[in-house]
Design a binder for this molecule. Sequence first.
Ligand code: GDP
Ligand code: ZN
Length: 458
Amino acid sequence: MNEDTIAAIATALGEGSIAVVRVSGPEAVATVAKLFKSKQDLREAASHTVQYGWIVDPQSERRIDEVLVTVMKGPRSFTAEDVVEISTHGGIVAVKSVLELVLRHGVRLAEPGEFTKRAFLNGRIDLAQAEAVIDLIRSKSDRAFQVARRQAEGSVSKKIVPLRQRLIELIAHVEVNIDYPEHDVEDVTAELIRTDCRSVLAEVNELLQRSNEGKILREGIVTAIVGRPNAGKSSLLNALARENKAIVTDIPGTTRDIVEETVALSGIPLRLLDTAGIRETEDLVEQIGVERSHGALNDADLILLVLNRHEELHEDERKLLRQLKDRSTIVVVNKIDLPAKLEIGEIERDYPTERIVYLSAKEGQGIEQLEQAVTGMFFSGAVESGDITYVSNARHVALLHQTRQSLEDAIQATYEGVPIDLIQIDITASWESLGQILGDAAGDSLLDQIFSQFCLGK
Ligand code: GDP
Ligand code: ZN
């Protein structure tokens, strides 16, 4: 347990109807009790109850704010220590005054992520869960939020723990066989190692495969909208933005001056690359050339090729259709509210029907079909069920790759007549790298690096 008591503002700064100061540590209750005027002494309040009263400066007797105080006694709290949360009125003034008062009474300002770090150090959550809390704070879409929340609840850990269990049993088995060598024991052991390592490897591979889907949920699908002038690219962008008013955001590009617009399609963030600068170029081939040189089209995870159904296919469009057919391209046949002039058979030769979507950007018709096409292209279907475990954290993914390598090495070695006790080293390495996901034997520097990513008050 930590010796000192820490505090920070736990809610976002800025205007809101309430704000929360969180205090955690052995002196949390006693300290706040000194500053809290209420019918009942806070020190006598039962755990997990809320008290109404005022925060009053004991020196000047000045009333600071009318508040609700929640007491959560350890270990049944977020940090597993005694935690007191003071809900003040919103706005920066009230909450800062309360925090300052608390800090003048022997409590230290928490470092970013320190509450979560304590939860980890006190064994309340493992490292994968702690990292998920970071993702939770940062997630941009509903779906990403759900994934992070499930991870914070331990969905990744639940997958990893039994895999480690199987490996440790294998290690124990092999150990026994080394110690009591009988007739044929080498062959039996090699077979055992292959079977067990392969089954663990299969699950590690599945986690890695899913991690890519998780990455998409978290970071969004980089999407380029291309097509001839007047096909309806801007209209499609607007239609998508309209259907998703809440989530439209502008993110200035970090490396270039490209401005992105993020919309959520069935909860999946699409990062629409704004091709504004090149959108109105007359010459489509040149347009693509421009996009190329900017890398926008090349970097795109998804390409929406917009065609105008009210016109016959243009030679430029034929070129594009050919050029993009091996990419993740969805052909958007637009303007279905107008009479058809486009010969669709020609497109169907190169594109399966699930990659052709008919819509009217102007009337907002057919957007759901586009959603389905995108979901079908990027997810294995299970995304809807919601019970998938996504390993979405880069550190975890790297460790899973490391685990995979060690397991493959172990399997390979059994065929090469490598002595069993050397193969054992690979198996142990895979067990260790899985353990690092959970924070086993995590060094201080790793912990500092992880927890410093948090915002203050978490
Ligand atoms: P862009 O040059 O590809 O960005 O095309 P715009 O989105 O600017 O659209 C060109 C013209 O087509 C505009 O006059 C739009 O109102 C019109 N338009 C776009 N989508 C549709 C549609 O689905 N139906 C009809 N009837 N007109 C559309
Ligand atoms: Zn346009």
